[in-house]
Design a protein around this ligand. Structure first.
Ligand code: HEC
Ligand code: HEC
Ligand code: HEC
Ligand code: HEC
Ligand code: HEC
Ligand code: HEC
Ligand code: HEC
Ligand code: HEC
Ligand code: HEC
Ligand code: HEC
Ligand code: HEC
Ligand code: HEC
Length: 296
């Protein structure tokens, strides 16, 4: 209390002294002027804050551009932000000091985890993506994820990975934050990533002795999740027209892409079964089979 009262007395005293000195030095001058250099004599925090983090409020304006006048002459010399900031949609917001908590450190910004509309005064792309690709992220506030301005959270801050093979930096190979259900990937996506959810396809294909096992998942399932190719996209119709006319699906003979039918081996097995008396045949075939197996 005592300190407060003492401080209250200071301006009148100082201003009297200043005015008195000025009068004595040059009687022609009406009053001594309070300058921005004087403020620090009585106000500690604002000059210190501005010196440390004033940004353009340090370099582009002075104390007195904002504080025009001083008590007791001017009662409450606090400026409105829109005295200087006009024109942009951002400057039409309410409660500037809710985020720019201290005008003397304007770039230090704080906000709660429920902010969306104010972000849209500067960022428009993200909300368009979120709305055009509805997901549960669309219902979240921007600052639920970006709780500090400019901070981009890792997906793994809120979600577990699909498998140990997929680490935090890999999520973006398939997902984008503002359209998380729109899963796309490049051709070099490792099959192990798909295996996190498609164990059966991965195991079947890996075990297959045919050339498809040398291809990556994304080589056939291109670009976008759930794309399923036709055999004919890559192979055309390789057999006699009569055969394709009779059997409309390649799978009638070849089974599925991950597990093609073993025609040659099956035929050999049948031949072997049909001629059990011929002792030379298996011996002849055996090495050829071994070579084939080595290839896989
Ligand atoms: C001689 C000491 C002294 C100097 C120099 C001084 N002030 Fe003050 N200032 C005070 C005191 C004391 C108060 C409190 C006055 C009151 O509440 O009536 C005050 C109050 C203020 C307020 C608060 C007004 C409000 O309504 O909350 C502002 C803003 C301010 N000063 C800015 C400045 C600026 C800018 C300068 C430099 C140009 C400056 N002061 C120089 C002593 C000083
Ligand atoms: C860009 C405009 C701007 C500039 C530049 C500025 N201020 Fe302020 N100042 C404000 C606003 C706005 C408030 C009111 C803050 C609030 O309501 O929380 C304020 C509050 C104050 C206060 C009263 C509250 C407090 O923090 O003690 C003082 C004293 C003050 N300023 C002094 C200064 C001094 C000294 C300078 C120069 C070193 C300065 N200001 C520069 C805008 C400015
Ligand atoms: C007396 C004029 C004036 C007032 C009042 C004023 N500003 Fe400023 N402010 C400026 C100028 C000039 C700049 C630099 C040019 C620009 O960015 O527009 C600036 C820049 C800023 C910046 C960017 C700072 C940087 O370093 O890039 C922020 C943020 C800001 N002002 C917020 C505010 C807020 C919030 C208020 C109200 C509490 C306010 N200003 C009041 C004049 C003012
Ligand atoms: C929801 C929080 C929030 C509110 C409310 C808010 N701002 Fe900002 N403001 C920001 C963010 C975030 C930035 C971007 C800072 C950056 O670029 O690093 C910013 C930047 C600025 C800038 C500098 C960039 C520019 O476009 O010139 C100024 C000036 C500014 N704000 C003034 C204001 C004024 C005036 C108000 C009130 C009418 C206000 N702000 C209300 C969060 C807010
Ligand atoms: C006054 C304008 C303004 C406001 C308001 C604003 N920002 Fe920004 N924001 C910027 C600027 C300028 C940048 C830096 C340039 C850039 O990368 O676009 C930026 C950068 C970002 C970045 C990092 C971008 C990157 O590529 O690394 C994110 C994330 C971000 N803002 C989110 C938000 C969120 C969330 C809000 C609302 C809470 C918000 N911004 C409010 C102007 C603003
Ligand atoms: C700050 C937390 C947070 C971060 C960071 C985050 N998410 Fe989410 N995500 C959520 C919440 C909350 C839900 C809704 C969960 C629910 O309701 O079950 C969600 C849901 C999802 C969904 C399901 C969407 C739907 O509509 O079914 C996917 C996919 C998703 N997130 C992927 C990601 C990816 C990829 C990233 C990184 C780019 C990420 N998330 C970052 C919080 C987060
Ligand atoms: C579920 C969490 C989440 C939500 C909600 C969210 N973002 Fe993001 N945002 C991210 C992540 C994570 C990144 C990093 C890039 C990525 O992984 O796709 C990002 C990137 C950004 C970027 C950098 C540029 C870009 O587009 O990649 C900006 C700017 C941005 N977000 C603004 C916003 C705004 C504005 C909103 C609200 C309309 C918003 N974000 C909502 C998580 C989120
Ligand atoms: C190889 C591509 C791929 C990678 C890499 C990937 N995801 Fe996914 N993710 C998917 C697919 C596909 C779905 C959708 C499954 C569906 O339709 O149900 C999905 C769904 C999700 C979901 C929705 C809930 C669920 O589990 O079904 C979340 C959350 C998610 N992913 C988070 C992540 C995170 C976190 C990472 C990084 C650690 C990540 N994803 C990496 C492909 C991927
Ligand atoms: C997070 C788990 C997850 C990941 C990772 C994932 N998928 Fe899927 N995938 C699913 C789910 C769930 C379905 C839907 C299954 C259903 O409808 O029976 C699906 C369906 C598919 C389908 C079948 C579409 C149809 O019409 O039958 C293909 C093809 C597919 N995924 C390929 C891939 C490929 C290639 C990858 C790796 C780039 C991958 N998936 C990664 C979960 C995932
Ligand atoms: C995205 C392209 C693509 C699709 C779709 C595709 N294949 Fe293939 N297929 C290949 C390639 C590449 C080879 C290896 C060719 C080579 O090396 O000579 C191959 C090889 C084969 C072979 C020979 C296998 C071997 O080991 O000698 C058969 C049989 C075959 N494919 C049948 C099919 C059938 C049936 C389908 C549909 C169920 C299909 N393919 C779908 C690309 C594809
Ligand atoms: C040679 C091309 C090719 C490769 C390589 C391939 N697929 Fe397929 N996949 C297909 C075709 C074609 C179908 C449709 C069924 C059929 O006719 O064989 C299919 C069907 C699927 C299906 C849906 C039916 C099912 O089996 O559940 C899933 C899921 C799938 N593939 C995932 C994968 C994954 C994961 C990989 C990598 C481990 C992979 N595929 C590698 C061509 C391929
Ligand atoms: C009537 C049964 C049958 C049908 C239907 C059939 N194929 Fe075949 N295909 C075979 C047989 C038998 C072979 C030879 C097997 C071997 O050499 O291993 C073969 C071989 C192939 C080969 C390997 C050719 C080479 O030169 O290595 C490809 C690729 C192939 N078929 C693709 C297809 C496609 C694509 C379709 C559907 C458009 C299809 N087939 C329909 C029976 C069939």
């Amino acid at each position: 209390m005592r300190v407060a009262r003492l401080i209250n007395l200071i301006p009148a005293f100082v201003l009297t002294v200043l005015v008195g000195t000025a009068m004595a030095a040059d009687p022609a001058q009406p009053v001594a002027k309070l300058t921005s250099a004087d403020c620090v004599k009585c106000h500690e925090a604002p000059p210190r804050d501005i010196a440390a983090n004033g940004g353009k409020h340090k370099t582009e304006v002075t104390c007195q551009d904002c504080h025009q006048g001083h008590p007791p002459k001017v009662k409450h010399p606090i400026p409105q932000c829109n005295m200087c900031h006009t024109d942009k949609p951002h400057f039409k917001l309410q409660g500037c000091l809710g985020c720019h908590t201290n005008p003397h450190t304007p770039k230090i910004i704080k906000f709660g985890n429920n902010v969306t509309d104010p972000c849209l005064t500067c960022h428009t792309q993200q909300i368009q993506q979120l709305r055009a690709n509805p997901s549960k992220h669309t219902a979240l506030a921007c600052s639920f994820c970006h709780n500090v301005h400019g901070f981009k959270p890792a997906c793994t801050k809120c979600h577990n990975s699909h498998s140990a093979d997929i680490t935090a930096k890999d999520c973006s190979a398939c997902h984008k934050a503002h359209q998380p259900k729109n899963v796309t990937y490049k051709s070099d996506i490792p099959p192990k990533y798909c295996a996190a959810c498609h164990k059966r396809a991965y195991t079947l294909l890996s075990a297959s002795p045919f050339k498809h096992s040398k291809l990556s998942c994304a080589y056939c399932h291109k670009d976008k999740h759930k794309t399923v190719p036709q055999c004919t996209q890559c192979h055309g119709k390789p057999h006699a027209a009569a055969i394709h006319a009779k059997f409309t699906k390649c799978g009638d003979c070849h089974n599925i892409a991950h597990d093609l039918n073993h025609f040659v081996q099956d035929a050999e097995a049948k031949k072997a079964a049909a001629a059990p008396a011929a002792p030379a045949a298996p011996a002849e075939k055996a090495p050829a089979k071994a070579v084939k197996h080595k290839k896989k």
